[in-house]
Ligand binder design. Sequence first.
Ligand SMILES: Cc1cc2nc3c(=O)[nH]c(=O)nc-3n(C[C@H](O)[C@H](O)[C@H](O)COP(=O)(O)OP(=O)(O)OC[C@H]3O[C@@H](n4cnc5c(N)ncnc54)[C@H](O)[C@@H]3O)c2cc1C
Length: 335
Amino acid sequence: MGKLCSFLENHKRSFPIGLSGNTGMGYILTGGISPLSRSKGLAIDQILEIKGFWGNGKEFHLLRPNTKKELTYEWKALCGAAIFLGIITQVKLKTQPLRPLLSWTANLSFAQLSECINQAESWPNSLSLQWIYGDDIFAHAIGEIKNAEDEPVLIKLLERLPFSRNRIINKFNNMKALPNLSLGNNNNNNLNHSEVLGLLGPAWQEKNQQVLKILKELINKRPNKSCYIASQQLGGLTHLNDLDTSFIHRDATWKPWINGAWEAHDQAKRKRTLEWMKECWNNLEFICPGVHLAQIHPHLEWHKKELSSAFKDWLPNLQQIKAIYDPRNIMPPLK
Ligand SMILES: Cc1cc2nc3c(=O)[nH]c(=O)nc-3n(C[C@H](O)[C@H](O)[C@H](O)COP(=O)(O)OP(=O)(O)OC[C@H]3O[C@@H](n4cnc5c(N)ncnc54)[C@H](O)[C@@H]3O)c2cc1C
């Protein structure tokens, strides 16, 4: 995605990449939630053509339907569930004009995180908040400056956000240049292994304090210092549902993800961390009923549950499509 961003910058265009320039095609195929998704939609919403091979070896080349009437099950399945069905060899993507970005980063106290989430839930679509909570709390708000009148409005909103230290408001040319959402201690060092589970749910609103209390308890009992819970903000055009896709949680406002880490090759610690992750999921499910399958876990016992939370009523149709196009389960399982 970083290379895509650099290439497009030369042509004064951009693409809503995610929080890292290092991700590849999987970012686009699994939904692709960008800090700009609230104004641009998901990465799958930018797909105009898709080419590849189904699991059964047959080649396909599909064009984005112009109307709901022209929508096929195959298009809907490929937009968000492609990784279960075939190998994608080419996509044609819609791009956007390159515009400057505003970035606000700061360390927060627990109460300040609650206030930031509250404020973000009434922001315009051009701003989004992401945060990470582990040893410390770090937040990153990102906004796109569409025109000269926009900038002071966005800056005013950013200046209202509380912070405890290290607040920086800066301007960047493209997504790739933005600072990382990181606590500094979770660089994927070789000493740790990890799993990530992405959840999806509505705005917290009056449940804000309740959810944060649960988060605090979970963080306090995390089994390894590198475990954390972070979140991205959706809403606005992410809710766009002009053409059905396999990303069914269009009403989601937050995508919290649980990062479970343990010392490499220590099976007992791995088990403890996976149990902590399950506890996080169980305790947050009331506010995050959905799952974002940016990471899949066919090797874990919760794969069945993650599939049903990701695709809900659409799952049986996906399974039928897979039975036709990948009958030998060459691609990851949908059961
Ligand atoms: C640092 C970091 C930041 C991230 N930030 C975001 C974010 O902001 N928003 C977001 O939505 N997600 C984010 N993710 C999640 C990321 O988008 C997913 O993990 C994604 O699946 C990664 O894709 P990949 O191609 O880089 O990885 P891979 O591990 O190569 O692929 C991931 C999955 O996609 C399948 N796949 C890849 N290419 C193809 C293909 N051509 N055809 C069929 N299947 C294919 C693979 O088989 C695998 O199952 C982030 C991940 C990391 C590590």
